[in-house]
Ligand binder design. Structure first.
Ligand SMILES: [Fe+2]
Length: 121
């Protein structure tokens, strides 16, 4: 969270190294994810339709920011991108083992809620 009372908070004494930039981007991603979580909690907590619409739109913009930052992180750290992709492939293999070809359809069905236990063979 920002420390607004400190007028020197945003001052920098030097440029970041590539490694520091990568760490900063990870921190930026964490901030975007936190914002998504908070906005979504506010959407869920109100019945005001106008507020739901506006806050949902802002929340979704934060999701786009995550995508931008993830792309930037992958460009700066291709090895990390490779590891992320390997994690995604592991999930794809699990879906294949479960016989799920279209996970979006499978997860969207409220009549057959998935629990952790139901995913274990
Ligand atoms: Fe953002």
């Amino acid at each position: 969270m920002p420390a607004f009372p400190n007028p020197f908070q945003g001052n920098v004494e030097r440029k970041m190294t590539k490694e520091e930039l990568i760490q900063a981007i990870r921190l930026n991603i964490a901030g975007e994810l936190e914002a998504i979580y908070v906005y979504d909690a506010h959407v869920q907590a109100t019945t005001n339709e106008i507020a739901k619409k506006v806050i949902s739109d802002i929340r979704d913009e934060e999701k786009a920011h995550v995508g931008e930052l993830m792309k930037l992180l992958h460009l700066l750290d291709p090895e990390e991108a490779r590891l992320f992709a390997s994690g995604e492939e592991e999930v794809n293999e699990m879906l294949k083992d479960l016989g799920i070809s279209n996970p979006s359809d499978d997860l969207a069905q409220p009549s057959s809620p998935k629990t952790v236990g139901s995913l274990i063979k």
